[in-house]
Design a binder for this molecule. Structure first.
Ligand code: GZL
Length: 328
């Protein structure tokens, strides 16, 4: 009898131990803790709206693989609600780190607080948020979009130095509410306001896409008696606008000077061909630095609150030289 009892107790103890181990294993596996060093990152991407975004996604996916980081990647198709859903799913999956490029600046505090309460660090990449509570994310790695807008304005001021005739500018804005759209607009306006000959006669979103950039430029060409300059917040909208300008029988880069931002290969090709006059670079190659930051954050190391990406500008001549080596 005693033997039967002890066997039953032993079997029960083993069963309980296994369950606990399984529960612990689940936690350990999903949270990456318990000696399992592999980091799991949940990444929510804006979408696939432009050549820049495609290059950015490639950089993140390739860098995660190279860093041995398990990447759960979600494409939000340009919708904030999809990003919020993805972040909540990452929290439920107990990933080690959440990273995302916020499609717009506002409306993130609630879900970022949920991540903080779940003790999952968040890294912002590419675009930032307007949350006042800086403890809601560990760091933001991306460009200075206001400076990019200023660089575009500074080129224009130099281009028209010494001239007094009015310069009519049309502007293709990025996605409404997105940090690059808000800031590139502000930086450009700040520089050109110094000289009253510069006038933005029309400004409208082209959603960072070629299709919308072309459609809006067609409307500008119909509504504006005289357009001297196009300032597009990214290459893709500028390339769409070039199609509209050529269809209207005008020469892009000559009849209408064009300034864009990004410096993706198609934009640089148009710049080298003289269809764009100046491009301000915005690097999408954020993957390697993001993975380094994720490892530091996971290891509990302190990281700088703001990591600024280094970038430059290109004239038509510089584009001809740079094109062969462009990575994106
Ligand atoms: C900028 C990035 C912008 C690019 C666009 O960092 O968020 O979004 O300039 C892209 O091409 O769509």
């Amino acid at each position: 009898m005693l033997k039967k009892w002890s066997a039953a107790v032993l079997a029960g103890a083993l069963a309980v131990g296994a369950l606990a181990g399984c529960g612990g294993g689940d936690d350990a596996g999903s949270s990456g803790g318990g000696g399992d060093d592999k980091i799991t990152m949940g990444f929510s991407q804006v979408g696939a709206e432009s050549g820049w975004r495609t290059a950015n996604t490639k950089s993140i996916q390739e860098s995660a693989a190279a860093a041995g980081i398990d990447l759960k990647f979600s494409d939000a198709q340009g919708k904030q609600e999809n990003q919020i859903k993805a972040i909540r799913s990452f929290i439920a999956q107990r990933v080690d780190v959440i990273a995302f490029s916020p499609v717009v600046e506002s409306g993130w505090d609630t879900v970022l607080k949920e991540a903080k309460d779940a003790n999952i660090p968040v890294i912002l990449t590419d675009r930032s948020v307007d949350s006042q509570d800086k403890t809601l994310y560990k760091t933001f790695i991306g460009s200075d979009f206001v400076l990019e807008g200023k660089k575009a304005g500074e080129w224009l001021v130099k281009e028209y130095e010494g001239k007094s005739d009015p310069v009519n500018i049309v502007e293709l804005q990025g996605t409404p509410g997105a940090a690059p759209a808000n800031d590139r607009k502000a930086g450009f306006a700040e520089v050109i306001k110094a000289d009253p000959k510069f006038k933005i006669v029309a400004s409208q979103t082209g959603q960072f896409t070629r299709t919308d950039g072309k459609e809006v430029m067609e409307a500008f060409l119909k509504s504006q008696p005289k357009i001297d300059v196009l300032y597009a917040h990214n290459d893709d909208m500028g390339l769409g606008a070039i199609e509209a300008i050529e269809a209207a029988g005008k020469k892009p880069g000559t009849d209408i000077k064009i300034i864009t931002v990004d410096a993706v290969k198609d934009g640089m090709t148009a710049l080298a061909a003289g269809k764009i006059n100046y491009i301000v670079e915005c690097s999408p190659l954020l993957g390697p630095q993001l993975m380094d930051l994720a490892k530091k954050v996971k290891a509990g190391e302190t990281v700088e609150q703001r990591v600024l990406t280094q970038e430059t500008t290109f004239t038509q001549e510089q584009a001809k030289t740079a094109l062969p080596d462009r990575k994106y």
